[in-house]
Ligand binder design. Structure first.
Ligand code: GLV
Length: 389
């Protein structure tokens, strides 16, 4: 027996990665300090020093989420992994889930729940916020065990008000699951004070770590529900019984091998959480707001229309602009990529063809970058206008 497939020519060439300004909804550029942390020599995923680093990550997440939940950890995977982990572990087949859909993330949770055979109740309000009274009425009517709401809806550019939502969920014995992938570190969110039961985020947005790890935290109530199930969760990889042991959260003296976590990804995540802790959450929030307001003003001065009219509902990390009349959005994006090396994106899910999205998150969030965004757009608006036939 001999090898019949030769080494592919591409594999004999060096890796090439172009430089890009990642000013879309993520991933965002990773600062040298975090890249360097991710480039440190790896150690074993079960070494005591690695457990020490994971304990640090847990503390960093508790700070970033403003929670004292013991059941706090990082998933091996993107924010989506944390989303599936939450739904898989909390809900049992036949139970009801209420999903607020105002963009793509609610759509995703609804699909996950549907695939799982859960009874699904959905409330759809594209690019809008939900009124507390309507949530309350739905909770009273359908008695779901879980309510999903997106804090930073990156497809719409909307930040959802959180005050009071957790309280009404608890009144109806329902757990509150919140997605903060696009908003964590950029817009105020207080897990414990706002009575959020399960909160997750991603590493690649305002945290500026590479994609591939996802902080998540579960309240005592959530733990009570997920650790008193009648059935095992459908996923072995995402089973919180195992993950809580891997992260040293289950009080057992020994950690048993479950899966091999992304060691370099955890180094980078630790560094990104350290940077947030050094800066301070409140400073990070106010800094994102200040730069976003500068950007919004500049966009309006260019004659562009912001997609979310109410300023209080605009996500500071991801800004959506209505596609200007007389332009092809794909052409605008391609022009800006080609001539300015800047990535913006179009819409996502329900907002495709409706918006352009600009993200200035964490390390990328500063006035110089906002000015670069505005200059690139001004140039593209001049160059890409379709002549009226
Ligand atoms: C992804 O997270 C996006 O909003 O595009």
């Amino acid at each position: 027996s001999s090898v019949t497939i030769p080494p592919p020519a591409c594999m004999l060439r060096p890796l090439e990665v172009p430089f890009r300004y990642l000013f879309g909804p993520g991933p965002s550029n990773v600062p040298p300090r975090i890249l360097a942390a991710g480039g440190r020599p790896i150690i074993g995923h079960m070494h005591s020093e690695m457990f020490g680093i994971m304990n640090d990550i847990k503390k960093g997440i508790q700070y970033a989420f403003q929670t004292s939940n013991n059941m706090t950890l990082a998933m091996s995977g993107s924010g989506h992994t944390a989303m599936e982990c939450a739904v898989f572990n909390i809900v049992e087949p036949g139970e009801s889930v209420l999903v607020a859909i105002n963009g793509i993330w609610g759509e995703r949770v609804a699909e996950i729940a549907e695939r799982m055979g859960m009874k699904l109740i959905i409330k759809i309000m594209p690019a809008h916020s939900f009124v507390i009274l309507h949530i309350l009425q739905a909770l009273a009517k359908y008695k779901p065990v879980l309510f999903f709401l997106t804090h930073g809806e990156s497809s719409a550019g909307l930040v959802h008000p959180m005050d009071g939502v957790g309280d009404i969920c608890h009144k109806y014995n329902c757990l509150l699951l919140v997605d903060s992938v696009a908003s964590l570190g950029a817009a105020p969110l207080l897990m414990d004070q706002q009575n959020i039961d399960i909160l997750y985020t991603g590493s690649q947005k305002a945290l500026n770590a590479p994609p591939g790890t996802a902080p998540v935290s579960f309240s005592e109530r959530a733990c009570h529900k997920m650790f008193n199930r009648k059935t095992k969760p459908v996923s072995y990889l995402l089973d919180m019984t195992h993950l809580s042991n891997y992260w040293g959260n289950d009080g057992k003296p020994e950690r048993i091998y479950h899966h091999t976590g992304p060691v370099s990804g955890f180094f980078a995540l630790r560094e990104s959480l350290a940077i947030l802790a050094e800066m301070g959450l409140e400073n990070s929030w106010s800094h994102h707001t200040e730069i976003a307001e500068y950007l919004w003003k500049g966009l309006e001065d260019l004659g562009l229309k912001l997609f979310i009219k109410d300023k209080d509902l605009r996500l500071p990390s991801v800004t959506t602009i209505a596609i200007p009349e007389g332009y092809d959005w794909k052409e605008l994006l391609a022009y800006i990529m080609k001539h300015h090396r800047i990535e913006f994106t179009g819409g996502l899910g329900p907002s495709v063809g409706m918006v352009l999205r600009i993200g200035l998150m964490g390390y990328n969030c500063n006035k110089a970058n906002a000015a670069m965004v505005l200059a690139a757009l001004e140039d593209a608006l001049k160059q890409c206008r379709k002549s009226k036939a």
